[in-house]
Design a protein around this ligand. Structure first.
Ligand code: FES
Length: 338
């Protein structure tokens, strides 16, 4: 789907806490709300603290699913406050009624397939947001899905009342502080052969779903997911990157991605989703001199992640004492090629 690239102002109309860590923000766009489909998201411009003292504030983009239906002239998004934050969730948490944001979209990279098929939805935490509209749409067309919804505590099940009313016992919640876990292998085994699985949540959940789906011999095209730039197994920390071909050594601070640092220093790297889904930003890893790659993408499969020959620069990092990675980019500057 073509992505809109024009920033447009939208004013904060209402804010409401849905849980101890999730806030719903209602926006009134100044130029109306074009129609959208379930799974659509907005791209919101956020202001991040400067990378170093004396440097200017940085602008970055965050993606948020629309949780309401078209027709109200409003957009509703739900934002999770994350700790530690790279700055985006802190910026969003500080918004007040009347503030103006710059927004692009809505766009949809996670559309609900049109044809009828038994559907299993799996949500982890704030990953419920794109699946909420899908549950509504499927219920409306007479195909209510089974929805497995995991969160840390019962207090974190946002939109659960609406989902319960919509899906009844097809909604199954799993609170991890109650030691309740989604048994993906069992759930997938029970699906009919032509079923589809749509997943949104933290990286380990999506990677587990990928693995269980493949292990069950299900067709890859019947599994869809959305990441929103998932966080990794370890907290983001600073690391060093060496690019021998470019004769560069750079530091990547915790609040910036490798992709941002490379682009800031004139190293061209292709990118599209910036969420670890498309693989366009994948770079060759020549060596990991210290630490380990913290793969945060869903583009590579488990075997490729283990082999560590490439990493997705938009999301993946290196973690550990003195973490240093040596990479090669596909781009060859003329001066070096000569
Ligand atoms: S830009 Fe898509 S995976 Fe990095």
């Amino acid at each position: 789907m073509r992505q809109s690239t024009e920033w447009a102002p939208a004013r904060v109309h209402h804010v409401a806490d849905l849980s101890p860590t999730v806030r719903e923000i209602t926006l009134r766009p100044e130029h109306g709300t074009p129609a959208w489909q379930p799974g659509s998201h907005l791209r919101v411009q956020v202001r991040l603290p400067a990378a170093e003292a004396g440097a200017p504030e940085r602008l970055d983009t965050r993606h948020y699913s629309l949780v309401n239906m078209p027709g109200e002239g409003l957009w509703r998004i739900a934002v999770k406050r994350t700790e530690p934050s790279r700055g985006g969730s802190r910026f969003m948490a500080a918004l007040q009624v009347g503030d103006v944001l710059l927004v692009q979209g809505p766009d949809n990279h996670f559309a609900l397939p049109a044809g009828p098929a038994p559907t299993l939805l799996v949500a982890g935490g704030i990953g419920i947001t794109p699946l909420l509209g899908m549950a509504r749409a499927l219920a409306e067309r007479g195909e209510p899905p089974r929805l497995l919804y995991a969160a840390r505590t019962a207090a974190e099940f946002v939109y659960a009342d609406e989902l319960r009313a919509l899906l009844g016992d097809r909604l199954v919640t799993h609170a991890s502080d109650q030691r309740q876990r989604i048994d993906l292998a069992r759930e997938i085994t029970q699906l009919p052969p032509h079923a589809q699985l749509l997943v949104c949540g933290p990286l380990p959940l999506m990677q587990a779903a990928q693995q269980a789906w493949a292990a069950a011999g299900r067709p890859p095209e019947a599994l869809r997911f959305e990441t929103f730039g998932a966080s990794g197994e370890r907290p983001a920390q600073a690391f060093r990157v060496k690019l021998p071909r470019h004769r560069l050594e750079l530091d990547v601070p915790p609040q910036l991605s490798l992709l941002q640092v490379l682009q800031d220093h004139g190293v061209e790297v292709l990118s599209d989703c910036r969420r670890g889904e498309c693989g366009l930003c994948a770079l060759d890893v020549l060596a990991v001199e210290a630490g380990q790659i913290d793969h945060r993408d869903v583009f590579f499969d488990a075997e490729q992640r283990r082999a560590g020959r490439q990493l997705c620069a938009c999301v993946s990092r290196v973690a550990g004492e003195g973490a240093t990675v040596v990479i090669d980019s596909a781009w060859r500057p003329d001066t070096l090629a000569a």
